[in-house]
Design a protein around this ligand. Structure first.
Ligand SMILES: [Zn+2]
Length: 223
């Protein structure tokens, strides 16, 4: 299983690459890159404060619930996701590999302390950026910023999962962001559910151009 922004659009979270997505209004390099964080972490946090609140206000949709159900039935091994919104876990999926990190924590780049979202939100009530409780440095959002490496181990685990899968199902990803976009090439076979084309449509056994929620709910129903 590999999921991208398309599975969360039905939860009211616009695909950030779409013309109406957040990057149509702000320059990601200014608010969501590692360079911006090193230059002006408070500006990055003023962006993420709003983003975290809106992502936490969103609810898992039929697509997230269907994948959690398929995992419970032993039909889905694990969910590798490009999404940072935590909606898979909140829908009940247990094995979720968040290859671009998530909003569930923030990390200190100085001493590597990881602070949970509750502690981060509490601090954001008081100040413009949360601080490390150990060394006092400003924490970095637990999301992979532009220009940053992926979380250690995540892409390795995702590659292993892809190689061992009988079928890799891609949902709601246009497969444009590397290295994640290369994962389906590691799998024995491939099925894609996505609005619009992807560069790997020709490699897929099945390609369904439809919304994720209704498609996955129909799969669960049919099984
Ligand atoms: Zn620290």
């Amino acid at each position: 299983m590999l999921t991208g922004a398309g599975i969360s659009t039905e939860s009211g979270i616009p695909d950030f690459r779409s013309p109406t997505g957040i990057w149509a209004e702000v320059d990601p390099l200014e608010v969501a890159s590692i360079r911006a964080f090193r230059r002006d972490p408070e500006r990055v946090w003023s962006f993420y404060r709003t983003r975290i609140h809106s992502l936490l206000a969103a609810e898992p949709n039929a697509g997230h619930h269907a994948l959690a159900e398929l995992e419970r039935r032993g039909l889905v091994g694990a969910v590798v996701t490009q999404n940072i919104d935590t909606l898979h876990s909140r829908a009940g999926s247990r094995d979720v590999v968040e290859v671009h990190g998530s909003i569930r924590s923030a990390v200190c780049l100085h001493c590597l302390w990881t602070e949970g979202i509750e502690g981060v939100l509490e601090q954001l009530e008081q100040r413009t950026a949360p601080l490390c409780v150990h060394c006092g440095e400003i924490l970095k959002p637990g999301v992979t910023l532009f220009g940053e490496l992926l979380p250690p181990g995540a892409i390795e685990r995702a590659t292993e999962l892809a190689r061992s899968a009988g079928l890799m199902l891609v949902v709601g990803s246009s497969l444009e962001v590397w290295p994640v976009a290369g994962l389906p090439l590691e799998a024995r076979s491939l099925a894609i559910v996505n609005r619009g084309t992807t560069p790997l449509d020709g490699n897929a056994l099945v390609k369904i151009d439809a919304p994720a929620g209704e498609t996955l709910a129909a799969v669960v129903e049919a099984l």
